[in-house]
Design a protein around this ligand. Structure first.
Ligand code: SAH
Length: 341
């Protein structure tokens, strides 16, 4: 049986039309699911009994099982179990501007970035839309808070699970659903070029972030397998096209790895590559993990890299570090859990 949380408003409207009901029932159901957050179909008190029975036959009102909750200053990390016993992670961060959740989109990941923990456990499957939606709903419920921002940057490559992720964004964004502004949603990709082009046509004001991590193909090939399929010049061209179409500024994420991609030369080459683009660079201090050799750049090297970009008129920020004590970096909690077992 299908989870009802897989359905966008439009899909639920077609469902009701198909069973010979009025399509506004979909709006009513959406309000029960996403405004009043009911736990059972029986609570949907403005819906007739025979329709409720039909809903019960056709859909599950499933949820995720909480396995672990760890917290540190301003960060909460959750490990959830899915119905087929797979595990996924979500992270909640408290910022001065609100609460942001980082959601996972796949069980494992096949992109094979050499610095990333998630990729050590290969992709097992895509998450269903419902499994992404439920990360959001459950974290709000568990912490009793309102989430104001969503970053699609957890385990997995969102553009390798495109349709389910777009449906998730639709459910978040629709006024009848969670009603979160598109500008409060950020999707991060390792650079799957055809999907960047498709996303340019998506028509919502969602923020796009690209994991770049290197200014040239030689280095990027070493760090990110995906670069062999979609080399850096193709990524940059696709992003330029995206910016032209959407008029939106993009973010380039750049993890600083000691002695690998944090040199003065890299900073200069990166400045040249991005010159004139409507973008900014988010420098990410590497979150070290025990299985991977890379080390975090020194504070001094981070600042030097920052200064060079600044001097070359590239917008730049340094990402605040969260949760190294709770293994909050990308896949670390799940990976640790699998090992302990
Ligand atoms: N697949 C998508 C989204 C998931 S990864 C992507 O590649 O963008 C989210 C971000 O975390 C990426 O920029 C990724 O490169 C970065 N990341 C992965 N491991 C990290 C680590 N140990 N420390 C800091 N950032 C990391």
């Amino acid at each position: 049986m299908k989870s009802i949380y897989n359905y966008t408003l439009e899909e639920l409207e077609s469902y009701f039309l198909n069973i010979g009901e009025k399509k506004f029932k979909a709006t009513q159901v959406f309000e029960w699911l996403y405004r009043k957050r009911v736990q059972s179909f029986d609570e949907m008190s403005n819906i007739k009994k025979d329709v409720i029975d039909r809903l019960k036959e056709d859909f599950e009102l499933n949820t995720l099982e909480l396995l672990e909750h760890k917290s540190d200053i301003d960060v909460h990390k959750f490990l959830f179990r899915l119905t087929d016993n797979e595990k996924i992670e979500a992270v909640l961060m408290n910022h001065d501007y609100g609460n942001s959740i980082c959601v996972s989109t796949q069980v494992g990941c096949n992109m094979g970035c050499s610095f990333c923990e998630s990729g050590r456990l290969k992709k097992i499957r895509n998450l269903e839309t419902s499994e992404i939606v439920l990360q959001f709903l459950l974290v709000e419920k568990l912490l009793g808070i309102k989430i104001t921002h969503v970053v699609i940057m957890g385990i997995g490559e969102p553009f390798d699970n495109y349709d389910n992720v777009m449906n998730f964004i639709d459910i978040l964004n629709t006024g009848k659903g969670i009603d979160l502004g598109a500008r409060h949603i950020t999707l991060s990709t390792c650079g799957i070029v055809p999907k960047i082009k498709e996303f340019a046509e998506f028509g919502k004001q969602v923020n796009l972030a690209i994991s770049l991590h290197a200014p040239n193909n030689t280095l990027r090939n070493k760090l990110m397998n995906i670069n062999k399929a979609y080399p850096i010049e193709q990524v940059i061209d696709a992003i330029k096209e995206y910016i032209n179409k959407t008029n939106r500024r993009v973010t380039f994420e750049y993890i600083l790895l000691k002695g690998v991609n944090d040199t003065k030369e890299c900073a200069l080459e990166l400045s040249k590559l991005l010159k004139g683009m409507n973008c900014y660079v988010n420098l990410i201090p590497y979150n070290e993990t025990s299985h991977i050799e890379y080390k975090k750049s020194s504070q001094e090297d981070i600042m030097n890299f920052y200064d060079i970009l600044k001097k070359n008129n590239i917008g730049v920020t340094i990402r605040r570090e969260f949760g190294s004590k709770v293994n909050a970096a990308c896949g670390q909690l799940r990976s640790k859990y699998e090992e302990v077992k």
